[in-house]
Design a protein around this ligand. Structure first.
Ligand code: DX5
Ligand code: ZN
Length: 213
């Protein structure tokens, strides 16, 4: 089980120090928002580049932006290890997956709570990561949407049946309780922002997310 602390809930005035406090997690989740696909604006490649020198973690970049195809190269050059885009934002997901792979990164697709798993089944065999949004994208600190568990189960089943290799990641409202439910449903990566960063002992919170207890 991999844990991906979301820096959306970090203190941006001391990002370097905050990242150090979550270094026991294998991944670091980086939320990119454009004020267009979602009603919030966060960070760009400059920040990814700045923190790349201070972390050895796998940079899991979650693009919540329109036209993700225009920003693949800047983020990968800045140090992103995986790029996840939203299926709702593109016409030809396969072309984007291929571009990400050609640029040397892992490729992921994310679906919003109201988007069905069937929208991405044609691309599953090409994906390294599927990101299930368990809250409406845009903000940290929201409550987990329980219907997300059915999507995790469906993706775990398809993975098993066809021998696909993608990670099943869940993002939004993850704490030790919802994490347990996601693990039982078949998730392999747990993204958590406020639950980890709002605590003093972040190392402990990471382990609580990892083991669901
Ligand atoms: C929401 C972001 C999430 C967010 C999760 O749009 O994609 O990564 O940081 O925050 P929490 O864990 O607080 O729900
Ligand atoms: Zn995210």
């Amino acid at each position: 089980m991999k844990v991906a602390p979301s820096i959306l809930s970090a203190d941006f005035s001391k990002l370097k120090e905050d990242i150090k406090t979550v270094e026991t997690a294998e991944w670091l989740h980086i939320d990119v928002m454009d004020g267009h696909f979602v009603p919030n604006i966060t960070i760009g490649p400059l920040v990814v580049k700045a923190i790349r020198n201070h972390s050895k973690q796998f940079f899991d970049t979650h693009l919540m932006i329109s036209k993700p195809e225009d920003y693949l190269e800047p983020f990968i050059r800045a140090g992103s290890d995986a790029i996840t885009f939203h299926v709702e934002t593109v016409d030809n997901p396969l072309a984007i997956i291929q571009q990400i792979h050609e640029l040397g990164a892992k490729a992921g697709i994310s679906i919003k709570p109201k988007t069905d798993v069937s929208t991405i089944t044609p691309y599953l065999e090409n994906l390294d990561l599927v990101l299930i949004m368990s809250v409406e994208p845009g903000f940290g600190g929201q409550s987990f949407i329980p219907e997300s568990l059915q999507k995790i189960k469906a993706l775990a089943k398809l993975k098993e049946k066809h021998g696909y290799h993608y990670e099943i990641s869940v993002d939004g409202g993850i704490n030790q309780y919802t994490s347990k439910q996601c693990i039982d449903a078949g998730a392999t990566v747990l993204v958590a922002g406020s639950y980890i960063f709002n605590a003093d002992d972040r190392k402990e919170r990471i382990e609580k997310v990892r083991y669901g207890r």
